[in-house]
Design a protein around this ligand. Sequence first.
Ligand SMILES: [Zn+2]
Length: 77
Amino acid sequence: MALAKKDEAKPAIRTLLYAQKAEAEHAKLYQDALDNLGKNADVPLYVCKVCGYTVTKLPDKNCVSCREPVSNYELIK
Ligand SMILES: [Zn+2]
């Protein structure tokens, strides 16, 4: 990250920030699944094709991470 900032590589910085947010959310989803092991209900998973952010419920208009339109979310089956 520091190297990307030094080089003013804005696209790289944006990608790293997206990945950081997406992985933090993935960690929460994994922890929820572990906490409910054996009694997890099937929930839909939607992944933003722009930034990789993953949700179980679609946001109203825009991705909560990259702010692109919600139409960029894809249902993972
Ligand atoms: Zn997104």
